[in-house]
Ligand binder design. Structure first.
Ligand code: 13P
Length: 251
């Protein structure tokens, strides 16, 4: 049985003071989520990780939005996994489409980061998804299949069992143009079959999320799909009321 999972990706939003306010306000409904066997989390900017970790409930997952695969060295502007671990951070987004688009995040680079996270007992939340041009060309499965196979290459079934995958069609992110729940189900099921082909039955326990214009009004519909285990939410995770409503709507 896969536990439902709702993760907010704050992207480049919120001052540290605003992150603190959110963290404090989220404590009661983190307890509510726990009581209902739902995992919830947020991925603040690096600068707010320590603050959110300190002021949010211990039941709130706090993840980074990126990391470097090397432990240390001459990589100006980067953050390493040991730096995250020292703050108690044990989750990290990898391969978000905005990083793939603006920061040349390739499947190979994602693979190095995922391997480094797993070696450090951290949970990678690996994002995949096709662009509008790829969707319109009918290439969704080709693109997403390659992202999954290359991003998770050279790993064992034991290593991937706690990993989470998020399917986020690029054309649905921040556009208000959601993929239908049918598309979300089809591609999440395709991802699970790809995982099964690579890793065997462990695929049944791997959580797969949908992301892209998820709002309180549509979250339940996505989560009612058999292969959609939760949501990765951008805009609607920024306001405490809306995040709470997302949680309440999937109880
Ligand atoms: P929106 O929910 O704002 O479309 O963003 C989705 C996303 O990119 C989450 O990682």
């Amino acid at each position: 049985m896969r536990r439902k999972l709702l993760v907010g990706n704050w992207k480049m939003n919120k001052l540290n003071s605003e992150a603190k306010e959110f963290a404090i306000a989220s404590v009661p409904f983190a307890a509510l989520a726990k009581k209902n066997n739902i995992d919830i989390g947020v991925c603040p900017t690096y600068l707010s990780l320590a603050t959110v970790k300190e002021f949010a409930s211990k039941d709130m997952i706090v993840g980074a939005q990126n990391c470097h695969f090397k432990e240390s060295g001459a990589f100006t502007g980067e953050i390493s996994i040991p730096m995250l671990k020292e703050l108690g951070i044990d989750w990290c987004l990898i391969g978000h489409s905005e990083r793939r688009t603006y920061d040349n995040e390739t499947n190979e680079k994602c693979n190095l980061k995922i391997k480094a996270l797993i070696a450090n007992d951290m949970v990678p939340l690996y994002c995949v998804g096709e662009t509008l041009a790829e969707f319109e060309a009918g290439d969704t499965k080709k693109v997403v299949g390659a992202q999954v196979r290359e991003g998770l290459a050279d790993l064992t079934s034991e290593q991937v069992k706690d990993l989470v995958v998020a399917y986020e069609p690029v054309w649905s992110i921040g556009t208000g143009k959601n993929a239908s729940s049918q598309i979300a189900q089809d591609i999440c099921s395709f991802i699970r079959e790809t995982l099964r082909d690579m890793f065997g039955d462990v695929a049944d326990g791997i959580r797969i999320l949908y992301g892209g214009s998820v709002k309180p009004v549509n979250v339940k519909e996505y989560l009612s799909c058999p292969d959609v285990d939760g949501a990765l939410v951008g805009g609607a995770s920024l306001k405490i009321d809306s995040f709470e409503e997302l949680v309440r709507n999937i109880l």
